[in-house]
Design a protein around this ligand. Sequence first.
Ligand code: HEC
Length: 101
Amino acid sequence: MKILLLALLLLSHNVFAEPYAKADAMAGKSLIEKNCISCHASSFGGDGSAIYTREFRKVSTSKGLVAQIRNCNTMLGLKWFEDEELNVAKYLNNTYYKFTE
Ligand code: HEC
């Protein structure tokens, strides 16, 4: 039984390939709502999400997304841990960027 479960896990991991597999997108959502959106909204209007979908957006890979989040984290002095950065990355990826690897 354990082996079957393990096989299923491995299989589903391959079928639903995604970066940041272990991260928690809902935790990321609340982190970003609390710390990040107001500034994006004031420069890009609305809920600020246009910053992630604009034509010449900066981020083009899942690694680049984490790097950008880390820069903002450092710049703002938020002292997020790596798992928090990954939670935010997962939320943004699921919602806007849709990188698959
Ligand atoms: C003080 C204002 C400000 C705050 C606060 C801020 N950002 Fe940003 N963010 C910007 C600006 C301005 C850009 C666009 C930079 C550019 O175009 O070179 C940006 C760009 C980004 C991008 C890249 C969008 C793209 O082009 O693909 C991401 C991702 C991002 N921010 C995440 C965050 C996260 C996560 C936080 C919270 C930790 C955060 N930002 C907080 C101003 C801010």
